[in-house]
Structures are given as C-alpha cells and as structure tokens.
Ligand binder design. Structure first.
Ligand SMILES: O=[N+]([O-])c1ccc(O[C@@H]2O[C@@H](CO)[C@H](O)[C@H]2O)cc1
Length: 507
C-alpha cells in the first residue's frame, strides 16, 4: 500500500468542548418539510397533534439536538402573527420565497410544542426582510415573556401559559442574497440587525443572537459583508452565521470529496474577519459561528434550473435531493471539519431535516425512511461528546480543480473522560494506511460505522435508499493491521468515512 498518513493524538491537546448544539438541523416552511414532513394529520402514525410519529422517531435516532425555524428564505416575508391563534381563523398567504400558498396551519406554537415534546432545542429566526424591530421584539415577548404584557398574554390566551424560553435567535436570513425578500446592503442590514437585536435583548436579556453572515463564500460581498455587519452589531450579537452547500459538479469527484477543506477555509476566513473587527475595536469579546445551514445540495446542477417556480399550493415537492453513498462520505467529512472547529463553531444546522435536502424522507400517507446521509450524522451525534481533540495530521495531498491541494486523510477525535471517538476520512480512490500515534496513552478501538462511496446515480424512493445503505453503510471492526505501545495502524477503505469508539488511558 503506497499511501500512508499519521494522526498524532493526545488527551491533553484539545480544541475545546463540543457544544451539543452543533448537531442541529433545520425545519423551514418550504416544500414538504413541514406539511407531510414533520406534520401530517390523518397519517397512520400521526399523534394527537397531527405530527408524524415515524418522522419524530427517525429525528430522535438522527440525534438532532436543535432545530432552526421557520426559515430560511421563507422567514423574510413571514408575518409570525398570522401563524398563531385559532387555526380556523388563520389566513393563507403567498410565500414569495418559494412561491407557495402557505396555509398557516402550523406556526410558532405548534412548532415549539413539537420541539419541546421531542426534546429538541428550538432556534427561531425573525423576519428582517419585510418586517423590523417591533415585530422581532414582539415575537421574543410572545415566546419568552411572563404574563402581564401584550404579546406574552396573547400566547397565554392561545393556550400556552409557560414561556418557551427560546434561547437562540437568528436576526433574519441571508440578507446579502439578491434572492432574499427585502435584500439589503451590509450597512442597511447591519443597522437594522443592531436595533432589532437591541430591542430583542431588552425584552429578554438571556437570549443569544446570530447576525447574518454571507450566504456562501462565493458571494461577491463575502468578507466585507462580515466586517460591516459586525462593526454595526458587535455589542449586541453573539454569533455570526455561515451557510455552505457542496455538490459534485461536472463529474469532478476529487473536488467534491475535498468539500471539507473548502468548509475549513471558509470557517477560518470568517473567524479571521470577526477577530479583525474585535482587534480594531480593542475588544476581548469573541464572536462565534452559527453554521446554521450546511449540507450537500445539488444547487447549481439541479435547483438553479428549477428556479422559476410556478405558484403552488398543498406542500409541493421542492428541492427533494436524493443522496448517494458518495454524498454520505462528504457529509461525514463536513462533520469532521465542524468538530475540528469546536472552539469557534458551537452551533450548526444540517439543512434540512425532512424531505427538503434532508436525511429523512417521507411519502404522504406512506413510509418515512433514511437517506444514506443519515448514518454519518447520526453516528457523529451519538459518538462525539465531551471535548474535541487537537490532532496533528500528516497526510499526502491531492490536487483538485476547485480547491487546489487538499489533504487525502482528514481526522477528528473527541474525548469524554476516557471514552471517545475517532473519525477518519480517506478521500482517495486507493486504500490508505493510517498510523495513529498516541505516545504515553493506550488506545483501544471498538466496533464502529463505516461508509464507503458509490458510483451510482441516486434513485428516488425508500427501496433504493435502503439498498444503498445496506451496501455502503456497515458496522465494522476497527480495521487495525498492527498495534504496539503508542502506535496503532489501521487501513482506510477507498473513498470512505469511518467512526470508531475509543478508550484512552494514560500509561
Ligand atoms: O447560492 N444560491 O443560489 C442560494 C440560493 C438560495 C439559498 O437559500 C438558502 O437555502 C435554502 C434551503 O435551505 C434556505 O431557505 C436559504 O436560507 C442559498 C443559496
């Protein structure tokens, strides 16, 4: 075997604690994410509130800790007041983001109560596209206020006495994007976000706020946007958002498999932009990242063609990407990148949860099933606990058309007491021998989960998904070829992602 990499690991070298909110997801009023996704009264598994039990069970198995709501692009033209109160009095409206008639059957209370029942922390977004300071502050009061003021009393009148205590709030969505309803310049948005945020924190000083960063690293305004927005909002916000979607373009597999490196560079650049604003202000405050949209999404190759959306109703099928095992390897690698930035990325959302670019799919009146991308997320959310370790990886590189030279092997490791996990990715088409160097520490690897990439076009439907999972996702023994004091050698399969539970004890 010609390729070799070394991963140096020690329990004292740490990136930082893993915030469980990094295993968040996203439920937008888009296509079938809500209607016939999480919610379908009349479905065989529906609970007394009309939410699908099969979807909730898969969500639990996925290990999602948090869910962002109600958008996304949707939030930028959403009047939250239309989605509360007696359902029979709620009026449909034309959602301009996805050109869909939104029936308003599900709104803030229904979503927050679903999240509460499922043990998922909600992350709410306010509309800074067509609305502003007052509507944002009112929504915080509606969700978190105690009895005795207008909006809190409205919540109580609507049947919910106890405040929801929503901790995390997005100040709008992708306001740098020309597609956004109420799109703004960085100056316009920064001023509005600072004022909305100020008012929201005056209603509830315990909340955390996320300012919109760039919609992608490819935006022309990237960098300058972050600088300007953070100059305006520095004193009021806690996090800046990042969004990134990756896809295989023109059969360029190597670049696609290198997506984690693009994500890594993007994170480093946003951290640098935030720290530069802090330096100029001589501020010790550290802004962290809410990576509140990330995934594989065939955006350029499939969605852009679909963009002239006809006006539709009744939960249309919009951006229901079907994933391959190759996509699952990339999702696993993106999670490796997020873990390696645990100190600066406490919050992240796999976009999205159900049907829309999602690990869980459903048929109305029919089954719910896992896509191949489900496994790396569920496994990482289950195993990655405690602290992320700061590994030193020595690896061959591969030259890619999109990202230049990228590492062939990527790795992350986590530790909680003496129990932890090691995550390894081989991006090349050949097997790689990886030496785990652990001086002064005994390392015991347990059975784990492996995903190997496929070369097949993904085909819609539960049967195909189940077959891809059966063939490419497996429980495996640690592929150890030799072990001696302070050194364990294993072999990574071509184009694969591997997660192994580990026990570390100091000698
Ligand atoms: O690069 N683009 O063309 C592009 C277009 C739309 C876009 O929207 C984001 O992704 C959507 C789906 O998660 C969310 O509603 C929105 O925040 C994100 C990026």
């Amino acid at each position: 075997m010609s390729q070799r990499a070394t991963v140096l690991l020690h329990p004292d070298f740490r990136v930082g604690p893993i915030d469980r909110r990094v295993f968040g997801s996203f439920v937008e009023h888009l296509g079938r994410a809500v209607y016939t996704g999480i919610y379908e009264p009349g479905h065989a598994t529906a609970d007394e509130h009309g939410f699908r039990r099969d979807v909730a069970d898969l969500t639990r198995e996925l290990g999602v800790t948090m869910a962002r709501y109600p958008g996304g692009n949707f939030v930028s033209n959403y009047d939250w007041e239309d989605g509360v109160g007696p359902v029979e009095e709620r009026k449909p409206f034309i959602d301009l983001a996805w050109r869909t008639i939104e029936p308003n059957t599900i709104g803030t209370d229904e979503f927050l109560q679903w999240a509460e029942r499922e043990g998922i922390e909600p992350m709410m977004a306010v509309n800074l596209g067509t609305r502003g300071v007052a509507a944002a502050a009112a929504l915080v009061e509606y969700c978190n206020g105690e009895a005795g003021s207008r909006w809190a009393d409205l919540r109580i009148a609507n049947g919910r006495e106890k405040p929801y205590g929503v901790r995390l709030w997005c100040l709008g969505n992708e306001m740098d994007g020309p597609w956004q309803i109420g799109h703004k310049t960085a100056d316009e948005y920064g001023k509005l976000a600072a004022e909305a945020g100020k008012a929201m924190k005056l209603v509830d000083p315990t909340i955390e706020l996320v300012a919109c960063g760039s919609s992608s690293m490819q935006m022309d305004t990237f960098g300058e946007w972050e600088r300007t927005v953070l100059e305006h909002t520095w004193d009021v916000v806690d996090h800046i958002s990042m969004h990134a979607y990756y896809e295989e373009l023109d059969g360029d597999r190597a670049s696609f498999l290198g997506s984690g490196t693009a994500m890594d560079r993007f994170i480093r650049r946003v951290v640098a932009s935030a720290d530069a604003v802090g330096a100029r202000r001589r501020s010790d405050k550290q802004i962290t990242i809410s990576f509140d949209e990330w995934n594989v999404w065939y955006l350029q190759s499939r969605f852009v063609g679909e963009k002239n959306l006809p006006l539709q109703r009744d939960a249309p099928r919009i951006i229901e990407d079907v994933y391959s095992a190759l996509d699952a390897v990339v999702v696993g690698d993106l999670l490796v990148t997020l873990l390696n930035h645990a100190d600066r990325v406490p919050v992240a959302c796999l976009a999205q949860l159900v049907n829309v670019i999602a690990p869980i799919m459903t048929e109305p009146d029919g089954p719910a099933w896992r896509q191949p991308t489900f496994a790396p997320f569920a496994t990482t959310a289950r195993l990655a606990r405690g602290t992320a370790l700061d590994l030193r990886v020595t690896t061959p590189t591969v030259t890619t058309a999109q990202h230049g030279d990228v590492p062939v092997v990527t790795a992350a490791a986590t530790l909680d007491g003496t129990e932890g996990a090691v995550f390894l990715v081989n991006r090349s088409a050949e097997p790689v021998e990886v030496e785990l160097a652990h001086p002064g520490v005994t390392l015991t690897l347990d059975r784990g989960v492996q995903v190997t990439a496929d070369h097949e076009a993904a085909v819609e439907g539960p049967d195909h998904a189940a077959r891809v999972i059966a063939e490419h996702v497996s429980e495996v023994d640690a592929p150890v070829t030799s072990a001696e004091s302070g050194r364990t050698v294993l072999t990574l399969a071509p184009e694969s992602w591997l997660a192994l539970p580990v026990t570390l004890t100091r000698l």
